[in-house]
Design a protein around this ligand. Sequence first.
Ligand code: HEM
Length: 521
Amino acid sequence: MTTTEDREDTLPLTLQRFRRTSVVGGGDLPPVPMDRLPPGPRWPAIVQTVALMRFRHQFHPWLHRRYGEAFTLNLVPGNRPLVLFTSPAVTKEIFAADPEVFHAGRGNAILGPIMGEHSLLLQDGGEHHRARKLLMPAFLGHALRGYRSLVAEVAAAEVAGWQEPPSTGGRLLRTTMRARWQRCRRSTVQPDRPRAGALPSHPPGGARDDAHRRTKAEDEAFRVLERMNALTLEVILRVVFGVTDEDRRARLRPAVNRTVEISPAILLGWAYPRLQRLGPWRRTVDNQVELDRLMYAEIRERRTAGDLADRSDVLSRLLAAHDPDAAPGEGGLSDVELRDQLVTLLLAGHETTASALSWALVEVGRSPDLLARTQRAVDEGDDAWLEAVLKESMRLHPIIPMVVRTLMEPATVGGWDLPRGTTVGPSIIVSHQRAASFTDPDVFRPERFLGDDVPPLNVWIPFGGGVRRCIGAGFSLMEGVEVLREVFRRYDVTAVGTEVPKVRNITSVPRRGARIRVRAR
Ligand code: HEM
């Protein structure tokens, strides 16, 4: 087994990843004749690529309206075709297709320099099967139950501080104190005033009072996405990596944040090796070197930790994981494999869950009825409602726009005979907006996910599907429920202003950071 113990420096390992050119769909595949593919725009590939990456929330529905159930895009580098489908029947076909022919790793090749070649997201065939078998037990029922209390602890520590929102520090604390004092004064002068924090529909003070309140609401608002990012990062560092040393966590946080913040332009730039010597690309490599150094140090120490068997974090479970078909002493994960899987879990599981949670808070915070219903669920221990809130948030605001598979052999998909080298996938954005699947698709309605008639897994697809379905789906729902419970147990939540999605890296996040304000219940 390869370990990093004998290496003085992890630099060569990091640089190796950046030497490969990353191409969506894979550079070694033959060119695909475009005339055999479903219709699509004729614009230059670079324009289509930018539209797909930057304006996906408008672009997917537009393509669907213009071209119907299947459409083709041409992407840089190499003019690779991507065929997107929108009907649940074809989604089912793609998820059930032979993974030896429908490769997912190729479609994610652009993430290679960050995640590494062993990443579950980038592997295919037998390698993917082996890695998934080793990782899976750390994400199943028994293990998930083991993480719950630590997640709850991290959530409680974060959420408790919201009365003094840390992102804006003293000013918000002062505003909160002033607001409390004003409420206290009003409640003595006007005893019939509604409960603190509840805005009456006709404020007794007239227009001036109304303007004052709006300003106050704006003043007290904070970007909950920032707090959720901090929270989910802490969960990854403590529950997934199991880093108990606060000093190392403090050094990991900025390196991890810089990794998560990589923009689509940087991702695309990796296809052009000469760019890698320039400013932002150079800084990305430097940051990766630092992140790798810290991660390898943690892995090395953990291998020899005396309490490994008692630890329940994901890394410790992976260190103990062993392929039963391998010879004795073989079949475990090497240091490099562990690094790649941990960075994958970090990137796949951190901002995705934070965004889903932020949207959930904004949606519930928009409606007093939903707020009351959700707080009742918390008081009555109704976790199914909290999970339904999360699922409906992921439906209305998909975090990932599509999932993709590249054909290693010619195949028929949705009635189209597609050549080898074509990349195909369902559009999650359009699937979740289909009126035939979801009545009033623009309305936030968690009830869709309760009862016997819940949307099937080829209709509600925020986690993808088939053998590649998100390995962290259960983890993120467990984490989400714990966080929502903690928030609504303590606070009345009000959404401030409007929100629309914006593209960040490969995920979609609330553009204004999901601004909310909270009042202690
Ligand atoms: C709201 C939260 C999340 C969303 C929306 C999400 C979404 C996705 C999607 C769409 C895929 C691709 C599936 C496919 O190709 O069919 C995926 C894969 C993956 N996700 Fe997640 N994810 C989330 C949270 C997490 C968490 C918390 C983790 C781990 C801690 C995680 C780890 C992974 C991994 C390792 C894969 C690759 C699976 C494979 O290829 O076998 N994700 N996720």
